[in-house]
Design a protein around this ligand. Structure first.
Ligand code: GAP
Length: 477
């Protein structure tokens, strides 16, 4: 399908997402809580499809990757070893007048300034003002603010019971490296994959779900022989780009940001961010980093347990290096929604002669009406097939439609809808991105055929009900 040229606004998208049950503000009846989101009936299916597609391509269809589901709260030493306790922090400033708190790097960027390094800390340029009250020179010096959420394990709240909600799933993989290696009987190169929640007390959650305080990661730690870093890093960047194409984010909608040597952490040899052109700018969906053996070495040092691997072919011991593709489910869901959203002018009724791209702020030409579509790739669409009897007060149509629905739902998430005008029922499915619609009408009773409607072209073909599943299967490819 041709790529749309109009970009969706975040307001239009958020309105559709609420109206159609993709995304709700968390705790909305209590005015919400900043940085937290709930996924409604459609949103949770969309996310499930993203996770399942990632898991299938990263774990199930490979012989060199296995899965893990580690705990969210771990021993606090994990975060000392990983460096999160000492340095997982954002520079933050407070306004002395309005008492609001901002991220110093974002503030500088928004005001065309650069945050200067000052010894171990940062210095705010004099020209930067408070974006809320506009006061100049009333912001504090930047201070490091650790992003990990603290909690206490057990009934006593004291330093000894202090722990953290994990800010990434990756460390759970590193600390179980030896256990997984021994039970899975894999040889390096091999990987461990994990999907799960991560928590960061972001100073400035923003851009809808893009930067949240609770989010989900899909991370792979792929362990390799030292020296093979470049080869495997290139391999995983290419693999991940292929996957994005499969879920409906084609190469031309993505940008690869290659880190310069001076931007890399001291232990890393390469990093590429896969970015998407969101309505608020080009931003990261996933980072793919060659991290050397930093994490395993640090856990060996802090735990006193060996993280070495014995290579039976070369008969040598070494701590493996790692290549880490790390993606965010929520950001990918948001990118898929932005990419899929389009507004079109279509002939009124559901006859199709021509589909025009809607021009923002203008009325459709005579005889046309606006339709909003989520043009999801079928593999991520929450509902794959909607089934409709043409009329709800004709028992023979309803019975046949229900029978078809019961058969198809064994294979795919399906939706049965008998209420209202058929055109309106199609539009509702267009808005949640259902790729196929099956309608049972009077001809069905006569000759056993139904119509199969394609969401994007709105064209309908007539075919025997018995051949529906095969036709849908074929069209999904
Ligand atoms: N283990 C490496 C790691 O965690 P990261 O770049 O900090 O790297 C990886 O995070 C991915 O997690 C990001 O590319 C993004 O998709 C997602 N992510 C990170 N912070 C997020 C946030 N506050 N809200 C939503 N997603 C986030």
């Amino acid at each position: 399908m041709k790529r749309k040229t109009n970009k969706v606004t975040l307001d239009a998208l958020a309105s559709l997402c609420k109206r159609r049950g993709f995304i709700f503000q968390s705790s909305e009846i209590y005015e919400g809580i900043n940085g937290f989101w709930d996924y409604g009936p459609m949103g949770c299916e969309l996310k499930r499809n993203i996770r399942e597609s990632w898991w299938k391509s990263t774990v199930l269809l490979r012989e060199d990757v296995v899965g893990l589901d580690s705990s969210i709260i771990m021993h606090p030493k994990v975060w000392e070893a990983s460096g999160h306790t000492s340095s997982f922090a954002d520079p933050m400033v407070d306004c002395r007048v309005c008492k609001r708190r901002f991220r110093a790097d974002q503030l500088c960027e928004e005001q065309g300034q650069k945050l200067a390094r000052d010894g171990n800390g940062f210095r705010l340029p004099d020209a930067v003002r408070c974006p809320h009250c506009g006061e100049n020179g009333r912001l504090t010096d930047p201070r490091a603010f650790n992003l990990m959420f603290k909690t206490f394990v057990g009934p006593v709240e004291e330093d000894a019971t202090l722990s953290y909600l994990r800010p990434e799933t990756a460390q759970g993989i590193f600390v179980q490296f030896q256990n997984v290696l021994s039970v899975s009987r894999r040889k390096v190169p091999f990987g461990i994959a994990q999907i799960g929640k991560a928590f960061r007390n972001e100073i400035n959650p923003r851009n809808y779900t893009f930067r949240s305080r609770e989010f989900e990661q899909m991370e792979l730690e792929f362990f390799i022989k030292p020296g093979a870093d470049e080869e495997w890093h290139t391999y995983w960047v290419a693999e991940r780009m292929k996957w994005y194409r499969k879920i409906g984010l084609p190469e031309e909608s993505l940008t690869r940001y290659v880190y310069g040597k001076d931007e890399l952490a001291h232990y890393a040899s390469a990093c590429v961010d896969i970015m998407y052109d969101f309505p608020f700018g080009v931003q990261e969906l996933e980072g793919i980093a060659a991290r050397g053996n930093f994490d395993l070495s640090r856990h060996q040092e802090f735990s006193g347990k060996s993280m070495e691997y014995f290579d039976p072919d070369t008969r040598e011991h070494f701590i493996p290096n790692v290549v880490e593709p790390s993606a965010g489910v929520d950001r990918i869901a948001l990118a898929i929604l932005c990419e899929a959203y389009r507004e079109e002018w279509v002939p009124a009724g559901d006859t199709v002669s021509e589909i025009l791209e809607a021009e923002p702020g203008k009325q459709p030409p005579a005889g046309f009406e606006l339709r909003t579509v989520l043009g999801f790739a079928p593999c991520v669409a929450p509902i794959k097939v909607a089934v409709f009897p043409l009329l709800k007060n004709k028992p023979e149509l309803v019975a046949k439609a229900r029978a078809i629905f019961e058969t198809l739902r064994e294979r795919w998430p399906c939706f049965y809808d008998q209420g209202g005008a058929i055109g309106r029922r199609y539009r509702r499915q267009d808005e949640i991105g259902t790729p196929f619609g099956v309608t049972v009408d009077f001809q069905t009773i006569e000759d056993g055929t139904v119509t199969l409607r394609d969401r994007d072209t709105m064209k309908q073909q007539r075919l025997p009900a018995a051949g529906l599943a095969a036709a849908i299967e074929q069209a999904m490819k």
